[in-house]
Design a protein around this ligand. Structure first.
Ligand code: ATP
Ligand code: MG
Length: 187
């Protein structure tokens, strides 16, 4: 159940949110979203995205996490990264051919500092950190999004980001609901 995995991942990050006085919101379209996937890996995905949203938020900020379903992969991708007026088109970090398979999605929005457009397409490269050039005092290895990208690829899913500097970012992931296991790949 994607809702269950997501809410538990969020719960485990409450202490981090509390330290930064960030308010964590979870909202779901459906009360349960059964997916065939590795729950460990999907919770790693959610934890990476939510911990980034918290880490790169201002103190006292708000992080919103939403899950839902869609009739197709492309619609799920659209719902997963919708938002932030004026942010422009979202950038696909792990593109997937659209298919008619029903899909589930998770969207993580923050009101943090945002990410400049020139950096967006490089997120998901191992060790790529925007903060290094900002003089970054926030710690990290630059591996979180590379792991997310890898896990989504294994699940035949997508990963995209939209952002606006000074306003925030939204990261979305989506994957086919049925048969994800039989489609798991090692590439
Ligand atoms: P870690 O390996 O501990 O996750 P990290 O957070 O630096 O380290 P990634 O999660 O891969 O690495 O993120 C890569 C970079 O993307 C970050 O260093 C940060 O500059 C930028 N970034 C990621 N998420 C956000 C966000 N929500 N808002 C602003 N910048 C972000
Ligand atoms: Mg990270």
């Amino acid at each position: 159940d994607l809702c269950d995995v997501t809410s538990r991942s969020i719960l485990s990050l409450q202490p981090l949110a509390h330290d930064k006085k960030v308010h964590l919101d979870f909202d779901t379209q459906a009360s349960d979203i059964p997916i065939t996937a590795s729950s460990d890996e999907i919770s790693q995905v959610v934890q990476n995205l939510v911990s980034n949203a918290i880490k790169y938020s201002r103190d006292g900020g708000r992080v919103k996490v939403m899950t839902g379903t869609a009739p197709s992969m492309s619609e799920a991708g659209r719902l997963a990264t919708r938002f932030i007026d004026g942010a422009g088109r979202s950038i696909l970090l792990q593109p997937r051919a659209s298919s008619e398979a029903r899909a589930a999605w998770v969207r993580v929005e923050d009101c943090g500092e945002g990410i400049a457009r020139k950096h967006l397409s490089r997120l998901g490269e191992r060790f790529y950190r925007v903060d290094e050039s900002r003089g970054g005092e926030i710690e990290g290895t630059g591996l979180g999004l590379a792991i997310v990208k890898h896990i989504m690829a294994r699940h035949r899913g997508g990963l995209a980001v939209a952002s606006k500097e000074g306003e925030g970012s939204v990261f979305g992931v989506w994957l086919p609901i049925a048969d994800a296991e039989s489609r798991l790949t090692d590439d």
